[in-house]
Design a protein around this ligand. Structure first.
Ligand SMILES: NC(=O)c1ccc[n+]([C@@H]2O[C@H](COP(=O)([O-])OP(=O)(O)OC[C@H]3O[C@@H](n4cnc5c(N)ncnc54)[C@H](O)[C@@H]3O)[C@@H](O)[C@H]2O)c1
Length: 273
């Protein structure tokens, strides 16, 4: 399905991004695996190679203003072109609105809105301009698309996530705008809004896992009580697996979605309908 295509997946060291990177490779893509954490990033590449696929690790933070250009150049150096960009990297830093600091607000908008914007801008020469040149030359045009990761917290709002909900709804507007600006060149842009997917981000907060944001260690996860309740609110009766979530990403990137752009696909097990 993705033979001879090159896919970049951010935040692909674990969770949904790792599952998407492996699935892209399984279906023939050469995958550029990015993550903030170098070790899990390298492990995903090793797994893909062991299964007979092609992948390269480009660790680094997508919120570093210099990094988007470096990531695109690394992809070009490794494989010569970019067909698919998946803006998946993310984290939560929850708090009620009346107690939220500017730093907390900004960090979450940076990762979920500013970083995808900069990554798409950095990809423009290899996606928009490359497609435009192919079109003008009257030759075949490569398939090219972007898949952004949103959340039902953005589409519907969520208590304790004013920063995350704003970023995840912002990415929907960004997605539609890219679809309108780049559609003329055949570059598609869609989003996938996940519900409850079982990853480090949604593990029990009581486990005490943290992520380093600047000089702070920020707690990630959701209260165990919410984890217990969630299946009752999901028609399919359980959280999704990272592989099922990745399926939504590949679906929109695939040739079967060749005429779908500007869409936000809810991958939720039916939650919120
Ligand atoms: N798990 C869910 O229920 C759920 C629901 C809705 C949306 N999402 C979204 O899905 C995406 C993937 O989340 P996940 O659930 O797999 O979480 P996860 O914590 O398992 O994986 C996220 C990955 O992103 C990486 N990352 C964080 N900051 C980064 C940065 N600055 N640069 C590069 N990589 C960075 C982390 O190191 C981690 O490996 C996120 O955008 C998240 O907001 C998840």
């Amino acid at each position: 399905m993705f033979q001879d295509q090159v896919a970049i997946v951010t935040g692909a060291g674990r969770g949904i991004g790792a599952a998407a990177a492996k699935l892209f490779a399984q279906y023939g893509a050469k995958v550029v695996v990015n993550d903030l954490d170098a070790a899990p990033c390298a492990e995903v590449v090793a797994e893909i190679k062991a299964a007979g696929g092609e992948a390269t690790a480009v660790p680094g933070s997508v919120t570093d203003p210099q990094f988007p250009d470096q990531l695109m150049q690394a992809a070009i150096a490794a494989y010569g072109k970019i067909n698919i960009l998946v803006n998946n990297a993310g984290f939560t830093w929850d708090g009620m609105l009346h107690k939220m600091s500017d730093e907390q607000w900004q960090a979450v908008l940076d990762i979920h809105a500013t970083a995808p914007f900069r990554l798409i801008r950095a990809a423009a020469p290899y996606m928009r301009e490359a497609a435009k040149a192919e079109k003008e030359a009257g030759g075949p045009v490569e398939p090219r698309c972007i898949v952004n990761v949103s959340s039902t917290s953005g589409l519907h709002g969520n208590v304790g996530q004013i920063n995350y909900a704003t970023g995840k709804m912002g990415i929907v507007g960004l997605t539609k705008t890219v679809a309108k600006e780049w559609g003329a060149f055949g570059v598609r842009c869609n989003a996938v809004a996940f519900g409850f997917i079982d990853t480090r981000m949604t593990q029990a907060k009581e486990k005490g896992e943290t992520i380093a944001i600047g000089d702070k260690e920020v707690a990630i996860g959701i209260p165990n009580q919410m984890r217990q309740m969630a299946p009752m609110l999901i028609p399919l009766g359980r959280p999704g697996t990272p592989e099922e979530a990745a399926g939504g990403i590949l679906l929109l990137a695939s040739p079967l979605a060749a005429y779908i752009t500007g869409h936000t696909l809810e991958v939720t097990g039916g939650a919120g309908i």
